[in-house]
Structure formats: C-alpha cells, structure tokens
Design a protein around this ligand. Structure first.
Ligand code: NZQ
Ligand code: ZN
Length: 382
C-alpha cells in the first residue's frame, strides 16, 4: 500500500425532509446566491424547500447552468457576486451545478488574471467563497469531493481542477429529490459512479490494498443490485437512498487512499463530450470496455477479481466474460455502449486521437496510454 494522507471536511446531511437544515448550516448574516440549472428543481419541489429555508437570509438566484457547465456561464455568476457583495453560494441541482459553483466560488476570489488559468494551467486557488449544496442527481460524487469539471464553450476544452478550498461546507442528500430523475439521468448516474470506482480499483496487478478493494466492491455491488430497481421503481426510497450513498462513496477519496489510479476512461470521455456533446456517462460506457480489453494483461488480476466478487464469474474465460458483464450492466441501466448507438463513428476516433496527441498526455495508472493506444481503444468501440 502506498503512503497517503486523508482528510474530508464535508458535512453530510442525509435523508428525507432534511433540506430545511441548511438554514442552520449557512453562516448567519450571509448574502447568499442560489445557483441552479434548467429548472428541474422547480418541478420537484426542491426549489420551494430551499427558498423556505433561506427566508432569514438576503439571497439572490442564478439559473441556467447547463449540463457540462460552461466557463462563460460561470463568469456571469461571478459578475453578479461582485455586484451584490455575495459571500455564500448554495448549489441546488446535479453535478454540473455543483461543479460550476465550485469554479464560481474560486473565480470570484481569483486575483491573478483570467480565472480560466485555474483550469488551463492549474493556477493555485488562494481563496474561495464558502458554499454548500443540495444534490439532486447521484453520480459525480462532487457533493463530497473538491473537484470540478468545466468546459470552455469557445474552444471546446473540458478541463478539471481541485483544491482544498473547494470542498462543500455541507451537502444535503435527500433521496426523495431524486424521484423525478428521468431514466436517462438515473442510468447515467449509476454508470458514472460505477466507472469512478473502476478508475480507483481496476488498475495494475497489486493486491495489497484489501480494505480499499473490499470497499470498492461494496460500492459496485450496491450499484449492480440497486441500479436496475431504480429504473423499474423510480420512487422506491430505499433503492434511491442506497444509490445516492454509493455514488457519494464512489468519489469521496476513501477508496483512492494508498492505491494507484487510472482515470484514462474519464480523460478520453471528456474529449468526446467536449467535441460531440454526449452525456458524461455515455462516453464512459463506450470507453471503459475498450480500456479493459486493450489493457487486459496489465489489469488481469483486478478484472478477474471484479468478475468473481461482483458478477460471480470464474474460469478460464473470466476476463472476456467480465468485460462483457460490465457492458451488459451498462446496457441494462439503459446507457448504450458503442459510438454507433449515438450515430457516431470514425470521425470521433480521429478527432479525439488528434486532440490527445496535441495535449501530449500519457494516460492510465502506468502512463502508458498514448494517442495510439486511444485509437486502438476507440476502434474497438465503433
Ligand atoms: O438543469 P436541470 O434542469 O436541473 O436538469 C438536470 C440536467 O438536465 C437534470 N436533473 C438533475 N437533477 C434532477 C434532474 N432532473 C430531474 N430530477 C432531478 N432530481 O439532469 C440533467 C443532468 O444534470 P447534470 O448535473 O449535468 O448531471 P451530473 O450530475 O451527471 O453531472 C455531470 C457533470 O459532472 C462532471 C461531468 O463531467 C459533467 O460535467 N463530473 C464531475 C465530477 C466531480 N466534480 O468530481 C466527477 C465526474 O467524473 C464528472 O466528470
Ligand atoms: Zn465521472
């Protein structure tokens, strides 16, 4: 096991009827900006509950944060914050609203030129506004981590950052807020959380991190058992609660302690979203089986372990059968797994490979996934 240090300062408030508790978590006297997306929170009553909880605060709202949030949109919120003297942000929505909020919180305090440099150059964040969230889509784990992914619409660059200053102060996880998720977003969330675990578990053949491996398998088993039930029965509270907690755990830092991490599937996926507009999880469902196939020797022990522990697969064909089982699981939760399912083909491969070649990245836990390897991976996924 590698050396590590670990801290996670996020206060989780979990369960039914918990949204009103934000009134006690936001510092008294704060001027609050509520950030949200395209209006789903107005249809499921979450907006009304948040408004009620904010009744003793001076507050403003900023709506229209799009999925795969844009830097350009975030900067409009930064202007509003400066104009009104806002000092606390409340994010209400999915991972996109929360990621945008993290960037807005940092950009509003950034004094070293254009805040885009936080993403393009890893410019240090020296200060950020405090923020909390009500998360309405279990998927990204953004509610309990310090990372965010932002797209510059002008250049189609989708880049990420993380900072100790961009952990939410609190996150409210009310599973009833997820009852209204359409099947596409329910499935996306399950696939995203599944792949987050794979990025931290399905790596080269070390086998000395038993605790982390068992925890990773517990998260994935929960997704595999409960995911299809959420699609059949969207208003089953216990199913939604299990999925919500599993998604948070998939990327809150615990299972990455002391282990190698991959993230190639995500990096390739981000380029596909930025260039062709697919949902984040759709790109992951396409790419992961390709990564598993091309890197099957490097990852053989962990693929076999995943097969045995999660899908009950053993025997001499365990590796291809496990890859197939992962693909079938994605399809079962209604996320398609080939480029052609989305009307795409060769043009994606060329553009993504070119972009990665230009970026000069070497991806994966062994930094051995070059642009040529990506071509091999995507060619399998037509
Ligand atoms: O905009 P509204 O109207 O709110 O609708 C949203 C949006 O259209 C809708 N939605 C959310 N909650 C709902 C709901 N509809 C009905 N009922 C509800 N309860 O769902 C749509 C998608 O929302 P979005 O926030 O975009 O989805 P998600 O949470 O999957 O976030 C995806 C973004 O997170 C980034 C992705 O790259 C992508 O930009 N990621 C962030 C990570 C992190 N911060 O750690 C890690 C991830 O790997 C990921 O990269
Ligand atoms: Zn993800």
């Amino acid at each position: 096991m590698k050396n590590f240090s670990f801290v996670n300062p996020v206060k989780i408030i979990f369960g039914k009827d918990t949204i009103q508790q934000i009134a006690n978590e936001i510092p008294q006297g704060s001027k609050v900006l509520m950030t949200y997306g395209g209006g789903s929170i107005k249809k499921n009553g979450v907006y009304d509950q948040a408004v009620k909880a904010l009744k003793n605060f001076e507050w403003y709202e900023f709506s229209g944060i799009e999925p795969n949030p844009h830097y350009e949109t975030c900067m409009k919120a930064v202007a509003l914050i400066k104009e009104k003297g806002i000092n606390f942000i409340l994010s209400v929505g999915g991972g996109s609203v929360l990621d945008a909020t993290k960037f807005i919180a940092a950009a509003a305090c950034f004094e070293d030129g254009d805040p885009w440099q936080i993403l393009s150059k890893g410019a240090p964040i020296k200060k950020a506004l405090l923020f909390g969230d009500i998360i309405t889509l279990p998927a990204t784990g953004s509610e309990m981590n310090s990372g965010a992914v932002i797209t510059r619409d002008e250049t189609k660059d989708k880049l990420s950052f993380a900072s100790p200053l961009t952990y939410p102060k609190f996150s409210v996880l009310d599973p009833t807020a997820t009852f209204t998720l359409p099947p596409r977003q329910t499935g996306n969330g399950i696939v995203d959380a599944f792949v987050h675990v794979m990025e931290q578990y399905l790596t080269y053949n070390e086998d000395d991190t038993l605790m982390q491996d068992h925890m990773a398998e517990a998260i994935v088993k929960t997704l595999v058992e409960e995911g299809p039930k959420a699609l059949e029965n969207p208003m089953d509270y216990n199913v939604r609660a299990n999925l919500m907690w599993a998604s948070t755990w998939a990327l809150n830092g615990w299972i990455s302690c002391g282990v190698p991490e991959d993230w190639a599937t995500h990096m390739i996926g981000h380029e596909i979203t930025a260039l062709f507009g697919l949902d984040h999880a759709q790109t992951l469902a396409i790419v992961l089986p390709g990564v598993m196939t091309v890197l099957k020797d490097q990852k053989s022990k962990k693929i076999q372990r995943l097969g045995k522990e999660v899908f009950g697969i053993q025997g001499e064909n365990a590796i291809p059968e496990t890859i197939k089982a992962v693909e079938s699981f994605f399809e079962k939760v209604s996320v398609k797994t080939h480029l052609s399912d989305y009307g795409l083909g060769e043009e994606v491969i060329e553009k993504v490979v070119d972009r990665l070649r230009n970026r000069g990245w070497k991806l994966g836990e062994c930094h051995n996934i070059t642009a040529d390897t990506v071509k091999e991976i995507l060619t399998l996924r037509k």
